[in-house]
Design a protein around this ligand. Sequence first.
Ligand SMILES: Nc1ncnc2c1ncn2[C@@H]1O[C@H](COP(=O)(O)OP(=O)(O)OP(=O)(O)O)[C@@H](O)[C@H]1O
Length: 466
Amino acid sequence: MKIENVKTSNIHIPLFEASPGQFWCILGQNRSGIDSFFSLLSPDHAKIPEAKICLPKDMGIFSFARQQEVFEQELKDDDTDFMDRLDPGTFARAFIHNPDQYTDMIRAFGMDQVLDQGYRQLSTGQTRKLLLLSRIASGSQWLLIQSPFDGLDKAGCGQLDLALEHCRVCGMGILAFVYDPGDIPPSATHIAVIENGHMTFQGSRQDILPKVFELQGQANFSADVNDLKPAETAFSQDAVPGKMPHSKELVRLEDGHAGYSGRPVFSHLNLCIPAGDHTLVSGPNGCGKSTLLQVITGDHPACYRNRLWIFGTRRGTGESIWELKKRMGIVSTDLHRNYRVAGSVLDCVISGLYDTIGLYQHPGPEDEKKALAWLERISLADKAEAPFRSLSYADQRLALIARALIKLPDLLVLDEPTHGLDRANRNAVLDFLGQVATEQLSTILYVSHREDEFRHFFVSHIRMGN
Ligand SMILES: Nc1ncnc2c1ncn2[C@@H]1O[C@H](COP(=O)(O)OP(=O)(O)OP(=O)(O)O)[C@@H](O)[C@H]1O
């Protein structure tokens, strides 16, 4: 693979070469040009005058965009309307070429139990593991993978690193694109760094690694609670910022259970979240974290079959889910992949005020002003009218985070909200949540696999699946 003389408005690379048997880790911040470099290496890249781009014929590609394409294809092929049962879609096993040859790797990833489930019936981490396995097993001699460790549990990250090391030793060429120096795979043999559209460092791991940790990143997320106008911190409940009544229970689940088609995912779970009790949820891929959050947000049918109280209201007693949702702000991978409607970035942020996917009413000038202020805080004001879907994955995430924060709801339900974000942005989001917690502006329910996100403001920690 050889890239020469690339000069575009986003990326400038005089020379980059990678050979079979090398594992390159490409590190860059969001908006550094790293995504443009990734696109450049895709076979359908746009032509660049005077550039020489020599790519291997056959590359296994794993990216956020590819993951979305698979999801949308599965939705298109869904035959539920013509069947007397739910269409599970393509079985996981069908994504892996010759699965019998990879039984050990499939088991090591913890995927052997879910091979006969449909793609859309997998958890976030399971879908990512499946697509990674499918690329590894595709027989390609080159792998091009974007943010491979996002969404994987600790054991999964270790297994992936071992699998990639094995591929490299067998002669494959690997390029893994990461946004955080902490995500540089231990088995990477080479590192390249992209900053402000330039490849500033490239070389062997031992030469480049010491330089990497000196890099200072600038976050695009710059919200500060002191900058929020009083109107933005006006609660839907009777609490006033700083005076949230701690006795108030936002969530109570007694002897909770949930599952799919009679298969339990969790049972006997007791949970009580009083206002101000910021709660972290962790546990291995597939243990039921998202299912639990969906029960709480009313997006899983088990919410009616449980002894569950949300904001003091017992679910299943004729309450309006829309009234409950008004008091929640949600970010999750499920929301992200389902946010497929046409609409601008501004519409997306405003839609958080109406709890809709897409905007279906004309917003008032105050709402528009609030959303524009949020776009400033995520450095996307210049993209206000751009289609949400045209943004990079990380910028879409920032917009969805702003969408959840715009009303500073009583309960912030954040299921791995920082997918795709670089270290500076992740830290900035968590610092802001820390301020929200200190000022008691919202109660935070947060799912994460990343120990660098286990901040001190979380007063409770639910460890599932252990
Ligand atoms: N619609 C569905 N139908 C059948 N099974 C499902 C469905 N959605 C999820 N599952 C299964 O339920 C289990 C729990 O899924 P869930 O998404 O809650 O896990 P999770 O802990 O959030 O995982 P991750 O860390 O990967 O996000 C998984 O084993 C998954 O395969």
